[in-house]
Design a protein around this ligand. Structure first.
Ligand code: 5GP
Length: 199
């Protein structure tokens, strides 16, 4: 019998909302069958980030080659840098029955949603913009210009939550992670009797 395919799980939300922390938490739940898609980016590595684990850090030339060769499922430019999702890896994992977690911003998420109606999308919102600003500042890894640019971007992104299947408020990591786990579990059981596919 053909193995049941997984689906693309998009988790978006403004920079600093806590996507990374929450994704790490839900990842521990093995029943969700998750596999993380490591993106390519042209931005500088932050302290503590690991090549191949947090991102594949590449040059602009390499990124452009990936675009030309259609190696990316989606990509975008965000605050001066490129970010993109490797296509082959996602397709392989989905065929193996994994649900592939894409932690991506809204522009890329829209590309995936348009091309793959079987994807599941969740938008994570901060309790308030003030709280978001504090979280970005607490990271202490970026200059004032970049912080301002990321906040301006957040104000553009937040209204786009209407395009997503679900919206979750990140009041606490525990509550938000639990809500997301429930959404995935319920979607997995709904999809068990239906087909799937990826572009
Ligand atoms: P950061 O520089 O904070 O790691 O990421 C900036 C933004 O880019 C975040 O919203 C992050 O989720 C998003 N991002 C990371 N990887 C990708 C990707 O492959 N594609 C898209 N479209 N966005 C990404």
């Amino acid at each position: 019998m053909k193995k049941k395919e997984g689906f693309l799980l998009i988790i978006s939300g403004p920079s600093g909302v806590g996507k990374g922390t929450i994704c790490k938490k839900i990842f521990k739940n093995e029943e969700l069958n998750l596999e993380y898609s490591v993106s390519k980016t042209t931005r500088e590595k932050r302290e503590g980030e690991v090549e191949g684990k947090d991102y594949f850090f590449v040059s602009k030339d390499e990124f452009k080659k990936d675009i030309e060769n259609d190696n990316l499922l989606e990509y975008t430019r965000f605050v001066g840098n490129y970010y993109g999702t490797p296509r082959d890896y996602c397709q392989e994992q989905i065929k193996k029955g994994k649900n592939v977690l894409l932690e991506i911003e809204v522009h890329g998420a829209n590309q995936v949603m348009r091309r793959d109606p079987n994807s599941l999308s969740i938008f994570l919102v901060p309790p308030s913009l003030k709280e978001l600003e504090q979280r970005i500042r607490d990271r202490r890894s970026e200059s004032e210009d970049i912080i301002e640019a990321r906040l301006a971007k957040a104000k553009e992104e937040i209204p786009q939550q209407v395009n997503y299947d679900y919206v979750v408020v990140n009041n606490t990591v525990e509550q938000a992670a639990l809500e997301i786990e429930r959404i995935i579990t319920s979607e997995m059981s709904d999809r068990n009797s239906s087909g799937g596919g990826i572009v």
